[in-house]
Design a binder for this molecule. Structure first.
Ligand SMILES: Nc1nc2c(ncn2[C@@H]2O[C@H](COP(=O)(O)OP(=O)(O)O)[C@@H](O)[C@H]2O)c(=O)[nH]1
Ligand SMILES: [Mg+2]
Length: 412
């Protein structure tokens, strides 16, 4: 008796081959749908595995013909067909053996999958498929191990989000993650017996640099639009002219924005201060000259986007004309941390030597002060805490800024 197994796409194809190769007396013993091995099998339609049998004598002649034909077939066709020959006594016995064999094949495929081992096959294409499969299994393991990391722990918090109390305080007050990391390292390096909170305060205080600028000569304020440059100029003018009785002059080079000139002029009129508008470089020289009598000349500038290098370069020529080391970069505490970094870097070519942080009254957390100072590495001179001219401007000590950053104190 001869048994043959065919892997075909349709039953019609199977029947044609069986009749042709085994003859009309052949019987179908089993049929089942299978996938091609390897990754290709996942993306292609299922094939049919058909097993047929025939008595030896009936098919002897036919077999010889088939052998001759098979040799002349192209290799693709042969790839689709597996031939097995077994000698047995009855069709029933064959059915049992085939059934047993199919079960074994299925079991071995399950085990193979579980072990994710690369199945050795002779064909090169299948080798590639198996390699791909193995890589996919590896990726799957990696992904599952990553997702396990994020699974809740016994405390209910994901492992990566488990923060120490110190980290949590800093995080809750919007100190950025890079600074938190640096601070934690510094705390660890402090080998004294002090509690961590004490160590934290020491570390923060060391990071906060304050400057007490001499409000003398020409003072230039630069920074993006709407951060409060003009308002801060008015506050400083009020402080110096009204409270300290100094002779103060105001200059604006902000002729770009509608109403900007009028805004500063209004303050100059109220405080009865000399005021000049600068439209070009020549005007700048003349305006400065005209204020030679003034002890302090406050110069307001146009808010520029730090991304526009041309505009910043143009502003630089005005700032250089002022010929001063008293240049303040004005930043709003409400600006996003990432944007803040761009602004700080973009304005660096103006050689500012102090930072003024405004709108502290509009924020609930003060970590931004630390973020700004750490990025700029330039000291803080003033903070602005509201719209009132001239009162809402302050010089803060490092201790009071530490209290603000830790949420122990608030501005308003
Ligand atoms: N809440 C608050 N508003 C401020 C502060 N400083 C300025 N402002 C307001 O911010 C807006 C823009 O200020 P302005 O001085 O014109 O900004 P500039 O474009 O940088 O000159 C105005 O409405 C100001 O009153 C501050 O410290 N707190
Ligand atoms: Mg302005």
């Amino acid at each position: 008796m001869i048994i043959k197994r065919y892997i075909v796409n349709t039953m019609n194809e199977a029947m044609t081959r069986i009749r042709y190769e085994l003859g009309r007396d052949a019987v179908i013993i089993s049929q089942r749908k299978i996938r091609k091995p390897g990754i290709k099998g996942f993306f292609s339609a299922k094939s049919i595995e058909v097993t047929a049998a025939v008595e030896n004598e009936v098919n002897e002649k036919k077999q010889n013909t088939v052998k001759g034909n098979s040799d002349s077939r192209n290799s693709n066709e042969l790839n689709n067909m597996e031939l097995n020959s077994i000698e047995l006594n009855s069709i029933e016995a064959i059915k049992k053996v085939v059934q047993q064999e199919n079960e074994n094949v299925n079991n071995s495929r399950v085990v193979q999958k579980q072990n994710s081992s690369v199945h050795k096959v002779s064909k090169q294409s299948d080798n590639n498929s198996e390699n791909l499969m193995s890589e996919m299994m590896e990726m799957k393991t990696m992904i599952s191990s990553l997702s396990q990391k994020r699974e809740p722990t016994i405390t209910g918090k994901p492992i990566e989000n488990q923060k120490s109390d110190i980290e949590k305080i800093l995080f809750d007050n919007d100190v950025d993650s890079e600074n938190i990391e640096n601070i934690m390292v510094k705390i660890k390096n402090n080998k004294t017996e002090k509690p961590d909170l004490e160590k934290l305060k020491i570390v923060l205080k060391e990071m906060i640099h304050i400057t007490k600028p001499k409000l003398q000569g020409r003072i230039v304020l630069v920074g993006p639009t709407g951060v409060g440059k003009t308002t801060t100029i008015a506050k400083l003018a009020g402080k110096l002219a009204l409270a300290e009785g100094k002779k103060v002059g105001l200059i604006t080079v902000d002729t770009y924005r509608i109403g900007a000139v009028e805004q500063l002029k209004a303050y100059a009129d109220i405080m009865n201060l000399p005021f000049k508008v600068v439209y070009n470089m020549n005007d700048m020289d003349k305006a400065i000259e005209s204020m030679s009598e003034c002890e302090v000349v406050l110069i307001d500038t146009t808010g520029r986007s730090s991304k526009n290098k041309m505009q910043i370069a143009e502003l630089r020529t005005f700032v250089e004309k002022a010929d001063t080391k008293n240049i303040h970069l004005v930043l709003s505490s409400t600006t996003k941390n990432r944007d803040m970094k761009y602004i700080i870097e973009g304005y660096r070519i103006l050689n500012y030597n102090s930072i003024i942080v405004t709108k502290l009254d509009e924020t609930a957390t003060y970590g931004s002060i630390l973020n700004i100072l750490e990025t700029a590495k330039i000291p803080l001179s003033f903070v602005s805490i509201g719209q009132n001219v001239p009162d809402d401007i302050k010089e803060l000590s490092a201790d009071s800024i530490v209290s603000l950053i830790l949420g122990e104190d608030t501005i308003c």
